[in-house]
Design a protein around this ligand. Structure first.
Ligand SMILES: Nc1ncnc2c1ncn2[C@@H]1O[C@H](COP(=O)(O)OP(=O)(O)OP(=O)(O)O)[C@@H](O)[C@H]1O
Length: 371
């Protein structure tokens, strides 16, 4: 995690230090540190109940942390009420006023602050242009689509010119196709304005595709805080590896050096091309290996450890194969592999024999930490 330097504190858009919250007699957020740079988009990603929304609500000021501090642009705001904080929130259900037009909805926070009328008009129009909704300024929310309602909610947050924009599961009410469009729109607008943004999501695809960095949460703590590529390639814990993307987990260990590494699984030796963490054979024995399905390489029997195809699942632009490794111990060890449809192996089916090699194998210790 980041250092506690004063310089970093001042240059950062948002800083949480040692933030904790108990609710209903349980610790929901536990000693959480998070530094979001100015203009950065960060997703809080994690399973249901891990404390993402609670964290977001503390940043917005709707909930007070029991311990820790929150600062925005170098100012401590831990006890500042929500309406006085330089934050604006987009809620999961958008929370638009049904009896107000699109214009009035976006104007509402400015009216509350007694902004002069002509300034309200100018700022609302500027925002409606930004989210491409000028043609709907007189419409009621019920008359526009879900994606458009989402953009109204975004405009209503941005019109307040917050230092930090907060979005709670902003895409969960949209269908799959629209979700991709709208998340790209959000990213584009966020980058254009250079606004520090925190988004809560449980959707890894969403987090990986729009974030500068992703904070993966589990049981009230951040397990890893990295850019999307690093998060996918080197998940710091077994939990992160399983939560972000698909991962085969095997009981076994890596042996050998960088040139000729093998994975020993159930008493058989599987050749490994480029282990992600070379030299893991030394010291304490790792207790598990992780390998992404696209890094399980299938070829002719003689080219790798022997295995049998159990299932072949067409996945559109690729084929997913479930294979069983022929272990010496007789313990069944299943692996999933993704194969290019053009590969001759993709034409094989259940019962056929294949040779297995592995690529970029990760090795985890007893506590599930990357070695
Ligand atoms: N006011 C409260 N009193 C007691 N428990 C609460 C309260 N608010 C939230 N919790 C509990 O805190 C835990 C974390 O809730 P939170 O909403 O932060 O999770 P989340 O990660 O956002 O999950 P989800 O994706 O399901 O919204 C949950 O188990 C929830 O039941």
């Amino acid at each position: 995690m980041s250092t506690n330097s004063v310089g970093e504190e001042q240059q950062s858009g948002l800083v949480l230090r040692g933030v904790g919250k108990d609710l209903g007699g349980r610790t929901i957020v536990d000693d959480l540190d998070l530094v979001v740079a100015k203009g950065e988009l960060v997703c809080l990603l994690g399973p249901s109940g891990c404390g993402k929304t609670t964290t977001l609500r503390m940043i917005a000021g709707f909930l007070n942390p029991d311990v820790g501090t929150i600062s925005i642009d170098g100012e401590i705001v831990t006890r500042v009420p929500p309406e006085k904080r330089p934050t604006a929130m987009v809620f999961q259900n958008y929370a638009l006023w049904p009896h107000m037009s699109v214009f009035e909805n976006v104007a509402y926070p400015l009216k509350l602050r007694r902004t002069p009328k002509n300034e309200i008009t100018a700022r609302v129009h500027e925002m409606l242009e930004l989210v491409n909704l000028m043609h709907h300024e007189k419409s009621r929310p019920a008359r526009i689509s879900g994606g458009e309602q989402q953009r109204v909610a975004l405009a209503r947050a941005l019109v307040q010119r917050p230092a930090v924009l907060l979005l709670d599961e902003p895409l969960s009410n949209l269908d799959a196709k629209l979700r991709v469009r709208v998340r790209e729109d959000i990213r584009e607008i966020q980058q254009r304005l250079g606004i520090t943004t925190v988004i809560v999501t449980h959707d890894q695809d969403e987090a990986l595709s729009i974030s500068d960095r992703v904070a993966v949460m589990n049981s009230g703590r951040i397990e890893q805080y990295s850019d999307p590529t690093e998060l996918y390639r080197s998940p710091a814990t077994r939990f992160v590896g399983g939560f972000v993307g698909a991962m085969n987990t095997l009981d076994g260990e890596l042996r050998g050096g960088a040139d000729s590494t093998v994975a020993v699984v159930g008493g058989v030796t599987v050749p490994v091309d480029t282990p992600a963490t070379p030299g893991t054979a030394a010291g304490d024995r790792p207790v598990s290996l992780g390998v992404r399905p696209e890094n399980v390489l299938l070829g002719p029997v003689e080219a790798g450890a022997s295995a049998k195809i159990i299932r072949s699942i067409p996945r559109g632009h690729f084929t997913e194969m479930v294979i069983e490794l022929a272990t010496a111990t007789g313990e069944p060890t299943e692996l999933r592999a993704y194969l290019d449809d053009r590969s001759p192996i993709a034409r094989l089916g259940p019962g056929d024999a294949v040779g297995v090699r592995l690529h970029s194998v990760l090795s985890y210790d007893q506590d599930g930490r990357l070695r």
